[in-house]
Design a binder for this molecule. Structure first.
Ligand code: SIN
Length: 274
């Protein structure tokens, strides 16, 4: 295997080419991908052609693919979800919905969020529709010693429908909502593979810091989100058709953009792993 790599951002994101995810991959190549992801937080594997079952199987090398009821699934494969310019809030008001349009980390409203997300660019618009990322290790490291001491050990409640929501989320059936009650996560988490500390935030799902008065909690969470999304911590991925972008939700946040020309389609297939 002849892997070529290209650094995409100053402090995160690496592109890899010379690899066909639909074919077999030996342990050394898979180990290289895992290492590059741990070092770069976002990994883009260029030039793929993957039917949904092949996409799921390739991503299963990184962890167990999970089903996610909040997104439509491909007919061929329940673990491959669809993110599309045609998404609608079908159980709600039926209006167009841009999934992931505010800064977030995936599934933080769950008690066991997915570790990695993989997005495969099936149809990419002629311009726009980029995905932005922030490096949450760098955001944490840049905090003042006073702020680090203040937030150390704090826990935050995350909810699917947070009262602080910044982007509309799809309405879900009552039974499904009951099956995903709020979750509590640390504000600073230690990555299990790298042992590095990172901020763990989700602008769209955080409700309140545990044990803190609402006004103080709102001010702190707003301050930390504003800090983390500063341009110096960002990388912006400009999609090419056939890109498979893998990111680590434990040390990044990301955000979709719906700024592509009207009438153009954007279609992504998505897998998340345990
Ligand atoms: C997501 O938030 O998982 C999707 C991001 C995107 O569509 O760019």
């Amino acid at each position: 295997m002849n892997l070529q790599t290209e650094k995409l951002g100053g402090h995160m994101a690496m592109a890899v080419s010379g690899i066909d995810l639909a074919g077999p991959l030996d342990d050394a190549a898979q180990g290289d991908l895992r290492r590059l992801l741990n070092e770069n937080l976002v990994l883009c594997i260029r030039g793929q052609q993957l039917a949904p079952p092949a996409f799921r199987d390739a991503m299963a090398r990184f962890g167990t693919p999970l089903r996610r009821l909040q997104l439509a699934a491909t007919p061929e494969c329940a673990e491959v979800s669809i993110i599309s310019s045609e998404d609608r809030d079908v159980l709600g008001d039926g209006r167009k919905l841009v999934n992931g349009a505010s800064w977030h980390t995936d599934d933080s409203f769950m008690r066991e969020p997915c570790s990695l997300t993989m997005l495969y660019g099936v149809l990419v618009p002629s311009r726009g529709g980029d995905t932005q990322f922030v490096n949450m290790y760098a955001a944490y490291e840049a905090l003042s010693p006073e702020m680090k001491a203040r937030i150390d050990g704090l826990q935050v409640v995350h909810k699917y429908q947070s009262s602080r929501q910044t982007n509309r989320v799809s309405r879900r059936p009552d039974a499904e909502m009951k099956a995903m009650p709020e979750a509590t996560h640390p504000l600073v988490r230690i990555h299990p593979a790298t042992a590095r500390k990172g901020l763990y935030l989700n602008a769209n799902r955080m409700e309140q810091v545990v044990g803190m008065a609402r006004a103080e909690s709102d001010a702190l969470l707003d301050q930390l989100v504003a800090h983390a999304i500063a341009p110096r911590f960002q990388y912006r991925h400009v999609w090419r058709q056939g890109d498979v972008v893998i990111w680590d939700n434990r040390c990044t946040m990301h955000k979709a953009n719906a700024d592509y020309p009207d009438g153009e389609r954007r279609l992504m297939h998505r897998v998340v792993v345990a």
